[in-house]
Design a protein around this ligand. Sequence first.
Ligand SMILES: NC(=O)C1=CN([C@@H]2O[C@H](COP(=O)(O)OP(=O)(O)OC[C@H]3O[C@@H](n4cnc5c(N)ncnc54)[C@H](OP(=O)(O)O)[C@@H]3O)[C@@H](O)[C@H]2O)C=CC1
Ligand SMILES: Nc1nc2c(c(=O)[nH]1)N=C([C@H](O)[C@@H](O)CO)CN2
Length: 248
Amino acid sequence: MLGGNERTDKLTAPNMNSPILVTGASQRVGLALALELAQAGHTVISASRSLQPQSVHPNIVQFQADLCLAADRQALIDYLQGNYDGLRAIIHNASLWLDDGLANLDTMFRLHVEAPYHLNLALGEMLGKAGSAGKADIIHICDETSSRGSKSHIGYAATKAALQNMVLSFAEKYAPQVHVNGILPGLLILKEGGDEAYRQQTLKKALLEFEPGAGPLIETVKYLLESQYSTGSQVVINGGRHLKNRMT
Ligand SMILES: NC(=O)C1=CN([C@@H]2O[C@H](COP(=O)(O)OP(=O)(O)OC[C@H]3O[C@@H](n4cnc5c(N)ncnc54)[C@H](OP(=O)(O)O)[C@@H]3O)[C@@H](O)[C@H]2O)C=CC1
Ligand SMILES: Nc1nc2c(c(=O)[nH]1)N=C([C@H](O)[C@@H](O)CO)CN2
């Protein structure tokens, strides 16, 4: 039985043969997260449709894949199984924040639900071989609207709610070797090109009225990777938005 620091060190010690898969790491939050993990010594596999012109860090391996397509997902699975001993973690960050409509709902279902479902089932055995870390992690990046809905993005919130629900199922299926948790952000980074009125309106939706950037998500990922007693949990990072303008 490992004790104290030795056990914690074991958990966080990067194992180059057990990379961390981050989906949707070509920009914004996912790219910042991939860089942080790479700088900590992890090998990061970054899967997205577009690639950075040149590698942003020697520890980041870019894999081009449209995760809405089963064939691209299978190519990613085959690559991982053919080149690494195990997987330290999978972070399902890839996402599209699309307006409502049947075509967009289908796309968001494929990306937010079908892709994590397919990858978690196919890569479960690799996660079980995380090597020196002693445990592996799956982290679903959901949204705080997963649990309260969104009248302006019904399909987005519904598909993120399905992603949130799968945290519970996979946590039970893969315990104790693989810990499965969800992160439910409120505002992180506003979309480029929005006007000042939208920005102010959005900031005022939370008790903490500022745009935090990727930091809160990165901090939460690092906590979950080091945690030995979190699985099936949903971590909300929304600046107190659920308490704003309550009918008290
Ligand atoms: N920004 C915010 O304020 C908030 C964000 N979140 C969640 O946090 C996460 C990160 O947010 P953010 O950085 O703003 O997200 P972005 O929308 O800026 O980026 C999403 C990422 O997903 C990738 N992606 C999109 N479609 C596909 C696809 N079909 N196959 C593979 N990759 C794809 C994109 O890369 P590419 O286009 O190259 O494929 C991109 O790297 C998301 O899950 C989001 O839902 C939750 C609440 C608030
Ligand atoms: N994939 C994405 N999901 C979300 C985004 C985004 O840019 N890409 N942005 C938001 C908003 O910032 C929202 O939290 C506040 O208006 C939500 N999800």
